[in-house]
Write a protein that binds this ligand. Sequence first.
Ligand SMILES: Cc1cc2nc3c(=O)[nH]c(=O)nc-3n(C[C@H](O)[C@H](O)[C@H](O)COP(=O)(O)O)c2cc1C
Length: 218
Amino acid sequence: MRIKTVFSRFLVAIVMSFMGQTAFAANNASTQSRTLIIYFSQPEGMKPDAVDGFSGASVLQKNTPETGSTQYVAQLLQKQTQGDLYRIETTTPYPRQHEALLRAAEKEQQTKARPSLNTPLPDLSHYDTIYVGYPIWWYTMPMVIYGLFEQNDFANKTIIPFTTHGGSRLADSLREIARRQPKAKLITRALSLSRDDISHPDVPAQVEQWVKNVQPQR
Ligand SMILES: Cc1cc2nc3c(=O)[nH]c(=O)nc-3n(C[C@H](O)[C@H](O)[C@H](O)COP(=O)(O)O)c2cc1C
């Protein structure tokens, strides 16, 4: 009788410990984000205190002069995917005045500059899906985005680009990314939104629908 009781207690303990482990694994998997959103955005006339950090940024409901167009799309993506958000900031800040910014970007392109980052990129090994957003500058990606794809390894990761622009849409960016990251899975159904449409009330739904079409299912 006593042996039976000890044995059944032993069985209960094993079952409970197994259930505990399963619950931990499920909980761990659900809290572990595998999606990263990297973006570069240079709103003109931006106030310094409008700059958000890596993750945890408040999600703005609409575009304001302090929020860049690409930044706004990145925030919508973060809200929908629950991914981590990383904003690219360069060690040398860009001018906020339009003409000066145009000239600075032009010079970077002419000199094939690769601006350095203010804060290190998150460890890409923690992610398998990486959205990368940027404005089109002078008919291509900003030079800092060239640096991103040249200096980091995206092999076996899904890269999902998105751009905002004044008419050039994706420009040559998909080809330039593919050239630099041949081992990545590049989603070519990239999103490109005109800066003129960015404040339209349909944009959040449009972004949501696009994510449903491109986000890999796990
Ligand atoms: C330096 C510079 C160069 C630009 N060059 C182009 C271009 O070649 N083609 C285009 O469609 N838009 C161009 N634009 C417009 C931006 O792509 C557009 O305003 C974008 O939405 C800005 O995004 P942001 O607010 O996130 O920085 C340029 C803007 C700047 C500041």
